[in-house]
Ligand binder design. Sequence first.
Ligand code: NAP
Ligand code: G4F
Length: 386
Amino acid sequence: MKGIDDIPGSPEAPTTSTALITGISGQDGAYLARFLLDKGYTVFGTYRRTSTPNFWRLEELGIRHHPRLKLLVHDLTDPGSCIRILEASNATEVYHLGAQSFVGASFDQPVTTAEITGLGTVHFLEAVRAVNRNIRFYQASSAEMFGRVQAVPQSETTPFYPRSPYAAAKLYAHWMAINYRESYDIFASCGILFNHESPLRGQDFVTRKITDCVAQIALGSTTPLRLGNLNAERDWGYAPEYVAGMWSMLQADEPHTLVFATNKTHSVRSFATWAFLLIGREIEWSGAGAAEVGRCARTGAVLVEVASDYYRPAEVDSLIGDPSKARKTINWQPTTTAQELCRIMLNADLERHRRAARPADPSSILDPLIDQISQLDHASISVPAL
Ligand code: NAP
Ligand code: G4F
């Protein structure tokens, strides 16, 4: 079974290259750092100064104190220091992952989002242009740019229709990366990534919010899971597979724009249903809209309720990507299903809560549960027609 320590691809010929990752404290930054360190890279990672360090992901992956990992303080809204960081690191590959990446927050902080997620990219592109035009640059573009989708599934040729300040900022950054590719011959590649999740996902995002809450319910919590739009559908993949694709894009002969997706879509309701099934709770859904609830089929207890405060002013109803160009161009193919992803994430959250609740108790009630979930065949999770 895949778990938190798995990452596709293993080093064949160790490299002595140097890479710079912006947003190394985030989900993708942490996985990519480990991937590159495994390949022999020296990795410079930028993080923004906060009153309390935020390196829990690097710690969980066991790379926080890796001898080839160097952490540099940098805020994406500070253009001048991009140049200093590029010069100091001497990196030949830049993976620009840093962003205000939470769509919900972008409605409350549209200008900050534009500055970090939009202009922050241009600060780095300008630095590449000034310091060394041979640097290869990866831009973390997003499926959110498709927004109110103009075709199903979405591919590299589908027109964009952003539906949030985040998506609009990403679209600006995306086009600027392409603009620098075409204007200055900079190797700027754009990965249009559909949702990718993992045990390292931030707790604001719906998948991790679900697995974390369900793990707590397994441990005895009686607080229901409160969600927004249960009908939203996403194409969910496994983050370690996606960061491997980022690296492949920068090893190609020429810069590309590629969609990374699984070509399957599922609703938020389905993801929650799977997570509860994994702890032995079948959900019965009733009601509609903000009045919908999910009850335990056995006890009738309310396990899920809808909270309209999680609704967004404009929603992206359904995303499903066509990754065939990525397969043809860089031989990238995802393998983890959304159901398996749910199990990986739930397992990790159960383990975290077990550790937090009973640090040294060998007879934890969760041990048998985790074993049972690990052995479950994900194909055996029957998904109701929703
Ligand atoms: P994430 O976990 O939210 O990580 C974002 C990173 O950016 C964090 O390290 C964060 O630092 C950093 N950051 C935020 N504001 C900053 C600022 N002002 N200065 C410097 N750093 C700042 O996101 P992710 O899931 O790893 O995604 C990586 C990238 O891919 C993002 O650009 C995201 O928009 C994009 N993307 C993600 C997905 C997905 O499904 N995960 C899909 C498509 C595109 P803190 O730790 O201090 O917050
Ligand atoms: O998990 P989400 O917050 O992810 P979203 O908005 O799709 O954005 C993520 O994926 C993008 C790529 O497609 C990235 F660019 C972006 O940075 C981020 O990583 O929400 C998924 C869906 C939405 O439709 C939302 O309305 O779930 C719905 N949802 C329903 N209840 C909820 C909730 N989302 C959150 N975060 N919390 C809820 O309670």
